[in-house]
Design a protein around this ligand. Structure first.
Ligand SMILES: NC(=O)c1ccc[n+]([C@@H]2O[C@H](COP(=O)([O-])OP(=O)(O)OC[C@H]3O[C@@H](n4cnc5c(N)ncnc54)[C@H](O)[C@@H]3O)[C@@H](O)[C@H]2O)c1
Length: 271
């Protein structure tokens, strides 16, 4: 059996109560990390911590709005006080608004940018004093295929995801001397509550999903655990030397200019 990859590590995971953040918290705990699950969804977050604990892992939950600097500062400080350090920051928290710009308010724009982008600034600002005490530390930010391309009806979201990639590259440069590696995981169509919300804004969500997946060469949605494994890779020395880059996990969704998946692929069968 492989030794646990994250033994002795302490991880702060925003958006940890749901979707890919939840899968990351579960996987990290299985791999021996002690995990702070950070989210605004208290009920889900506490339930996850109970599950992790029941499986022999170590986790705590912090109810925290990551768009607020003071809340992020307090959550990071509490994590360090509780577990005794900090080696890994994973910024998974995110929101999507499906609306055209002429119908969008300044408050909505600011709220989305606060959660998707400013939260990363706050996490490095308040995480740095702790991360720099380690020989090696890791930050993984969740971008999107929308970090590279446009998408209809989500202009603020797409702007924010381009910013996540730029910010990740900048952090990688500025903190490399301190032993920090910072990378961006860019998911494609991933089956989480956020995807289900996005689909629910269309007249026929299942038909919309089938139509979108017909443009994915593998023909299937990415799973939250697929993303969690990519995050794990970038959060340990398996990825030594990798920093300031992006790992696209999208079933080759953005590889072709045009594509139609017809019939079955082996990815549609149980592995
Ligand atoms: N699902 C997809 O297809 C997809 C594709 C590309 C990128 N992403 C990105 O993946 C990340 C995770 O999203 P997901 O798909 O797992 O969705 P999700 O909705 O399941 O998870 C997002 C989490 O962020 C939390 N959150 C929202 N606002 C917050 C705030 N102010 N403070 C703290 N937590 C907050 C939510 O409560 C939720 O638990 C997001 O950054 C999202 O933009 C998702």
């Amino acid at each position: 059996m492989n030794p646990k990859r994250l033994e002795g590590q302490i991880a702060w995971i925003s958006g940890g109560a749901s979707g890919m953040g939840e899968a990351t918290a579960q996987l990290f705990a299985e791999e021996g990390a002690r995990v702070a699950v950070v989210d605004i969804q208290a009920e889900r977050g506490k339930k996850l911590v109970e599950e992790i604990t029941a499986h022999g892992g170590e986790a705590i939950f912090h109810e925290c709005d990551v768009a607020r600097e003071d809340a992020v500062r307090q959550s990071i400080e509490k994590t360090v006080a509780h577990f005794g350090g900090l080696q890994i920051i994973v910024n998974c928290a995110g929101v999507v608004h499906v609306v055209e710009l002429h119908e969008y308010s300044e408050e909505e724009w600011d709220q989305l940018m606060g959660v998707n982008v400013k939260s990363i600034f706050f996490s490095i600002k308040h995480g740095y004093p702790h991360l720099c005490k380690n020989q090696r530390s890791y930050m993984v930010n969740i971008g999107s295929v929308g970090s590279f391309i446009g998408q209809g009806l989500t202009p603020a979201y797409i702007t924010s995801k381009h910013a996540v990639l730029g910010l990740s590259r900048s952090i990688a440069l500025d903190y490399a001397a301190e032993g920090l590696r910072c990378n961006c995981v860019c998911p494609g169509i991933t089956d989480t509550p956020m995807l289900r919300y996005h689909l629910s804004t269309t007249p026929d969500p299942e038909a919309t999903l089938a139509n979108r997946l017909s443009r994915v060469p593998t023909g299937v949605a990415i799973t939250p655990m697929d993303i969690a494994r990519a995050v794990r890779y970038l959060s340990c020395e398996d990825s030594a030397g990798v920093t300031g880059t992006s790992l696209v996990v999208d079933g080759a969704y953005i590889t072709p200019a045009e594509w139609e998946t017809v019939g079955q692929t082996k990815f549609m069968e149980p592995s």
